[in-house]
Design a protein around this ligand. Structure first.
Ligand code: HEC
Ligand code: HEC
Ligand code: HEC
Ligand code: HEC
Length: 342
């Protein structure tokens, strides 16, 4: 009897110590808010002790100088202006200062320019930045169903660094596919960050956020067959859902009614916003980011030669509305004056 007791104590003590010294665990007490009808277990669980950290991470930079809209156009003043030509000279220069603050504050203008000749092409960062300017404006104008009037700026993703902290590569995390102890992982069965430390497939992104595979778990036939959801597709769908929850810092029931996960008519409205988010991310990756692959140097590409791409976390970074819903874009209307063409 005593032996069983001590064995159990050692086991749970060991487990507790393991939790204290490893990342990814949060400690009680949590706060739970009921957001649905009684009995359907629709709750939003939050940890009050990490709120401060989240708030600190999501502060918007102070608004600086507001440029004059009048005067000669940038296209008349400068030599090689392809997308910002309609801005006034003052707006153009202010925007250059702002994007430097948002993307490359440590490296300065030289991150995208040969400072001897600002008109010169040649640095890949300038080519990428021009396309990013178009992408940013396209998100704000074409994807209002998702970003509403809050919109996005370069800062939403970049937060003062050239490579946003939340990006993904094909099949690269957390251990290279085929990697562990010489055993083929089949892209799953390792505790992986993108899917909330579960052993679900750790790259649900290639098929669902770059590709356009249907996000489904319920087969329409008794046995999986073409057109129905395979077991792998089901697992990948759950992997993607873990990513949604983690990226937004919400529970599944923020978007689903627990009595019928599939049913749209019973889902909270956030699910429809999320649906537009999926289409938007596919568009951003497919139309803007993936076609830039040959422009990037090899050291920016993933182990399979693909470019770093966007998922929900790239903008959201742990909160339901990026930057806690701050409407940063309205202070930088120049960003929406960019010419968006394909
Ligand atoms: C993140 C990349 C990036 C940074 C950093 C950056 N620029 Fe630019 N810059 C561009 C792009 C892209 C263009 C071309 C815009 C277009 O085609 O409409 C450009 C064009 C220019 C031009 C026009 C040159 C010409 O004659 O065609 C000037 C001047 C300029 N930038 C100044 C600056 C200054 C000054 C800074 C630093 C305060 C700066 N830029 C920082 C990306 C950048
Ligand atoms: C939706 C998220 C998102 C937004 C908004 C965004 N970017 Fe990016 N940006 C990315 C991703 C993803 C990459 C690829 C990362 C890499 O460089 O490997 C990237 C790369 C870049 C790079 C290349 C950096 C490097 O060192 O390789 C530049 C320059 C850049 N962006 C400028 C901008 C500018 C300027 C804006 C605003 C007009 C902007 N970005 C808005 C997601 C975004
Ligand atoms: C931010 C909103 C959001 C969160 C959080 C979220 N989901 Fe989803 N979920 C969606 C959307 C949107 C779809 C529909 C995708 C489609 O039809 O293209 C979906 C689809 C599903 C489906 C597939 C239904 C079918 O048609 O076969 C299941 C099951 C599901 N989610 C379960 C979960 C679980 C479990 C969690 C928590 C781990 C979760 N979801 C978290 C938005 C969300
Ligand atoms: C380009 C940046 C960006 C990306 C990428 C992005 N979102 Fe959003 N999302 C936003 C913005 C901005 C808002 C705030 C809109 C508003 O003010 O209501 C938002 C709002 C939402 C909301 C509504 C939250 C609420 O409380 O009403 C949901 C749900 C959501 N996003 C889900 C997703 C999902 C799921 C993905 C990935 C498939 C995603 N988002 C990718 C920018 C983004």
């Amino acid at each position: 009897m005593n032996i069983v007791y001590w064995a159990a104590a050692a086991l749970f003590g060991g487990l507790g110590a393991f939790m204290v010294f490893t990342a990814g665990w949060e400690f009680p007490p949590m706060e739970a808010e009921q957001i649905g009808y009684r009995g359907v277990a629709m709750e939003q669980v939050t940890n009050p002790r990490i709120l401060e950290k989240i708030e600190a991470r999501n502060q918007v930079p102070e608004v600086g100088y507001q440029p004059e809209p009048g005067g000669p156009r940038a296209s008349e003043v400068y030599e090689n202006v392809q997308v910002l030509g309609d801005l006034s000279e003052d707006q153009f220069n202010t925007l250059m200062v702002n994007i430097t603050q948002w993307v490359s504050p440590d490296e300065g203008c030289a991150y995208c320019h040969n400072e001897e000749n600002m008109a010169e092409e040649g640095m890949y960062t300038k080519t990428v930045a021009r396309r990013m300017l178009q992408m940013n404006a396209a998100i704000n104008k074409e994807w209002q169903d998702h970003v509403k009037d809050t919109g996005v700026t370069c800062y939403t993703c970049h937060r003062g660094q050239p490579v946003p902290s939340e990006v993904w590569f094909r099949n690269s995390s957390p251990v290279m596919a085929g990697g562990r102890l010489g055993v083929e992982t089949l892209g799953q069965n390792v505790a992986a960050t993108p899917v909330g430390y579960t052993s679900l497939p750790f790259d649900p992104f290639s098929d669902y956020l770059s590709g356009t595979d249907p996000i489904r778990v319920i087969p329409e036939h008794a046995l999986a067959r073409p057109g129905g959801a395979s077991i792998q597709q089901t697992e990948k769908t759950y992997g993607l859902m873990m990513h949604f929850s983690g990226s937004l810092g919400v529970n599944c029931t923020y978007c689903h009614n627990s009595r019928a996960f599939v049913g749209w008519s019973q889902s909270p409205p956030a699910r429809a916003t999320a649906w537009y988010g999926i289409q938007m991310v596919r568009d951003v990756n497919g139309k803007y980011i993936v076609p830039l692959t040959p422009v990037f140097p090899a050291n920016r590409l993933g182990p399979h030669g693909d470019v770093a791409k966007v998922n929900c976390a790239t903008c959201h970074q742990g909160v339901n509305k990026p930057l806690l819903g701050a409407q940063m874009l309205k202070d930088y209307p120049e960003l929406n004056a960019v010419k968006v063409s394909d």
